[in-house]
Unconditional design. Structure first.
Lengths: 470, 395
């Protein structure tokens, strides 16, 4: 009986792995096409148009901050140093318990001003609203609100202050590229159907920044977890999302950096405060809104690295983050199950949703069962070592090839790093990742599923940021 | 076992045979996995080689570009910033930069383009460079562009660069591209045609804007129109275009452009669009009135105010705040008192506050009179932001 089960399971896993490999190959081709479309336009040309035009669209940068006293000043400086001619920055202090607000008040010469804002979307009440006395920081608005416990609530708070037609959702611990807004507004200028643009994100743990929040030296982290995450992010953005973007089937616009149409976000009800994958949930509801009201939409991924975020450097923080993501995924699938396999929801219902279930949700379960079967077969002597090694080699080499491709691709796109040595470091990480990092991620995802199923009390938790080297 | 020695191709064929038959007799799943292993190894080798080659090529290109930048960048800037300069003085300046090679000036044309583009990006506030066309000829950039168009090499980038620098090439060079099958190439070629065309530069404009009124295209057109205006070149007839376009976004863009680049005659025709059926055209007309600051039209705006939707009403209020005239204070006050929309109230109060001393006084009176706590907070907010604005101005 067990042997029959293992035989069926083995074949099932084989087909599953092959379908995953085929999907990746298709995504690589799609991503390449999408990148070519994007590369076609000269950045300087677009920049000149935007700089000189009276029709330039206004963009607000909204960032939630919770206990970020170590990095907040650098990061707000980084947000304010954008080159774009028509933008403002809204920082939402989501009831921080440390000195996040005090540090901002001191660094940016903030004064309280009376606030009168319509609560377009639900969030915890505002306590105070600040503007700067210094004209250097006149684009900055700081909202101090009651802690809502989630990032969604903080962004909704910012959304209630936003007056521009587009806003960027980012985190206060993120460093933005100076030309980040130019890059992500371009798809909107080209095609008015675009409701959201996702910029590529990367990990900033190894960076050196100056007092203005400008990055002086781009280097990958020397610690293993941020390095693995760097590669993981690159793979996800440059192959996964670029490929999906070509099919207009983007599963997610990351909460770390994404440009959204304010009107559509508000119409879709704003960020869902009870969601653990609030970014993905928001996008799915935006698409749902467009499909329900028969509106055309496009969601675009751009290959340019717009944003760097400090990734979890310790196992504890990585565990917390990935468990939350795992929990968020299962919650999202449960919440939006009515969209699955529904042609009414266009690519989301027919491509993205099935993919998320088959290759994102089920993958950790299959992997865990695989490990259990392997241990069983080793102990019972039922393993065929020849088959085992060749299968392992196939999957491992494909993974390394994918990492190599990503590194090459990143270099062609302009390169996240200045030195070839940095890329070699990433390549080494790519070789070690399947054994050292991936099993942990699988475990944390399963833990997240378990937490959701057994209704364990959810804790958002704060990630202690160490800040960057100066 | 007897030794067999292979030579030449046979050695390769032997290994190919070993590879092909390595897992013969195993299940097909193993063969598939083996194929994946082989493909991945080959792909890794190819990627490694291509990556190394790209790194080498990019470094070489960057070094060369940096050398050319260092040699010519300042001279180019000096030439472009000067009002007038003869071709011989330009050539003399360029020759002076090029110490090593007599023919260098012509050979470096490809590397000159990024320098010109960079200067253009830095100095976007200048509508045009008087010496650019001459410099392009002397430095060989024009010849390089014409050659690229003729040989169908890197056409889209060349057209973009020409549109950005407003580089004039002979109209005939664009002939192959103004009806190109690729939409972007066609659009860019037609933009360049506006710059280069002699007989009828706006031949394609109406069709193009009817088909594509995206923000990017309108921005591109605005950029070209600014250059045409600065060069005193013939502008299109915006009013005629606005009247004939079916696409309302395109028509409203044309009405807006009247405000920026229209002739006096065209500007006097803006009020005809204030009663347009399309609210987009009405809004654009109000924005144009705002730009032109046409006092004669303001009374008409006040009259049409009550019949408009809230968005248009807000545009009217903004337009009336431009002349900073006392006589509109009462209008702002009424707009504030009568509007059901909080956004309109806010705009009206802001305009009243910023209008002039009298307006500010009226604002204070309204502030004292108001009993609604929400409106009181709104007024406090406007007052605080106004005060901050004054502090910024003092700095």
């Amino acid at each position: 009986m067990i042997n029959a089960f293992l035989y069926v399971y083995g074949n099932l896993v084989f087909f599953y792995s092959m379908s995953l490999i085929i999907t990746y190959v298709i995504l690589i081709i799609m991503a390449d096409q999408q990148a070519k479309k994007n590369q076609k336009w000269g950045k300087k040309y677009i920049r000149s148009m935007i700089d000189t035009s009276p029709y330039t669209l206004g963009v607000s940068i909204v960032a939630g901050a919770y206990n970020e006293e170590n990095t907040i000043v650098d990061n707000v400086n980084s947000l304010l140093s954008q080159d774009y001619p028509n933008f403002d920055v809204v920082i939402v202090n989501d009831g921080s318990k440390d000195k996040t607000l005090e540090k901002m008040i001191e660094a940016f010469e903030l004064v309280e001003i009376p606030y009168d804002y319509v609560y377009k979307v639900h969030c915890q009440p505002f306590k105070r609203l600040f503007k700067s006395l210094n004209p250097k920081f006149n684009k900055l608005t700081v909202v101090d609100k009651v802690n809502g416990g989630t990032k969604a609530d903080a962004i909704n708070g910012g959304l209630n202050v936003v007056t521009n037609p587009f806003f960027i959702n980012t985190d206060a611990d993120c460093l933005l590229a100076k030309d980040a807004i130019y890059e992500c507004i371009f798809p909107v200028l080209q095609d008015e159907r675009v409701i959201a643009v996702s910029g590529t994100m990367s990990i900033s743990n190894g960076f050196t920044v100056n007092d203005k929040g400008e990055v002086l030296e781009f280097r990958p982290s020397s610690k293993p977890f941020p390095l693995f995450q760097d590669l993981e992010y690159k793979r996800s953005f440059l192959i996964g999302k670029m490929g999906w973007s070509n099919l207009n089937a983007m599963p997610n616009v990351s909460g770390g950096y994404g440009l959204f149409n304010t009107e559509v976000v508000v119409a879709a009800g704003g960020y869902s405060y009870d969601s653990f994958a609030e970014d993905m949930d928001m996008l799915w509801r935006m698409i749902g809104y467009c499909c329900d009201f028969n509106k055309e939409y496009r969601v675009v991924q751009i290959p340019h690295t717009c944003c760097w975020t400090e990734g979890p450097a310790t196992l504890k923080t990585l565990n917390r983050q990935r468990t939350r993501w795992g929990r968020g995924l299962i919650q999202l699938i449960d919440k939006h199950k009515k969209m699955a396999f529904q042609p009414h929801y266009r690519q989301l219902g027919m491509i993205t949703f099935p993919y998320e279930i088959i290759f994102e949700f089920i993958a950790p379960i299959i992997e865990a069962l695989g490990v259990i079967s392997l241990v069983y077969l080793i102990f019972t002597g039922g393993i065929n070592w020849g088959s085992f090694w060749i299968m392992l080699c196939a999957i491992y080499l494909f993974s390394v090839m994918l990492s190599m491709l990503i590194i090459f691709y990143d270099y062609i796109q302009g390169g996240s790093y200045n030195h070839v040595k940095s890329y070699l470091k990433l390549l080494v990480a790519g070789c070690l990742e399947p054994f050292m990092y991936h099993p942990l991620i699988t475990f944390f995802s399963l833990k997240g599923y378990g937490n959701y199923i057994f209704r364990t009390r959810a804790v958002w938790g704060d990630m202690q940021h160490k800040g960057h080297k100066k | 076992m007897e030794d067999i020695r292979f030579y030449g191709w046979d050695t390769l064929r032997y290994y190919w045979f070993v590879m092909q038959n390595h897992f013969v007799g195993w299940s097909w799943q193993i063969s598939v996995a083996y194929t994946i292993v082989c493909c991945c190894i080959i792909a890794l080798l190819i990627l490694g080689l291509v990556f190394s080659f790209r790194v080498y090529r990019r470094n070489r290109h960057l070094k060369h570009q940096a050398r050319v930048d260092e040699k010519y960048s300042d001279t180019f800037r000096q030439i472009l910033m000067s009002d007038t300069m003869s071709a011989s003085s330009m050539l003399e300046l360029l020759k002076r930069c090029d110490n090593e090679d007599e023919d260098g000036v012509k050979e470096e044309a490809e590397y000159f383009i990024p320098i010109l583009v960079s200067i253009r990006t830095d100095l976007t506030e200048l509508a045009y460079f008087p010496n650019l066309q001459m410099l392009a000829t002397v430095s060989g950039v024009r010849e390089y562009c014409e050659k690229s168009l003729l040989e169908n090499h890197d056409v889209f980038n060349t057209l973009q660069m020409m549109a950005m620098l407003q580089l004039v090439v002979s109209e005939g060079r664009l002939a192959n591209y103004v009806n190109h099958r690729d939409y972007d190439t066609r659009l860019m070629a037609r933009l360049c045609f506006i710059v280069c065309g002699i007989n009828d530069p706006y031949k394609f404009l109406m069709d193009d804007i009817e088909e594509n009124s995206s923000s990017m295209y309108t921005m591109m057109l605005h950029y070209i129109f600014a250059w045409m205006k600065a060069q005193n070149k013939k502008m299109p007839n915006f009013i005629t275009l606005a009247n004939n376009l079916k696409n309302q976004d395109a028509a409203s863009f044309m009405i807006n452009e009247v405000g920026y680049f229209g002739t006096d005659e065209e500007k006097s025709e803006i009020p005809t669009f204030l009663t347009s059926k399309s609210y987009k055209c009405r809004e654009s007309a109000i924005k144009s009135v705002h730009l032109v600051n046409s006092e004669a039209t303001y009374d008409r705006l006040m009259k049409m105010y009550p019949e408009q939707i809230e968005e248009t009403k807000r545009e009217i209020i903004k337009a009336l705040s431009v002349p900073k005239n006392n006589k509109y204070n009462e209008f702002f006050k009424e707009a504030y008192e009568n509007s059901p929309s909080k956004d309109t109230k806010e705009i009206a109060l802001k305009c009243l506050y910023d209008n002039n001393k009298e307006g500010r006084y009226q604002f204070v009176l309204l502030q004292q009179k108001t009993t609604d706590p929400e409106l009181a907070t709104l007024m406090q907010k406007i007052d605080s932001i106004g005060a901050l604005q004054m502090i910024y101005e003092l700095h």
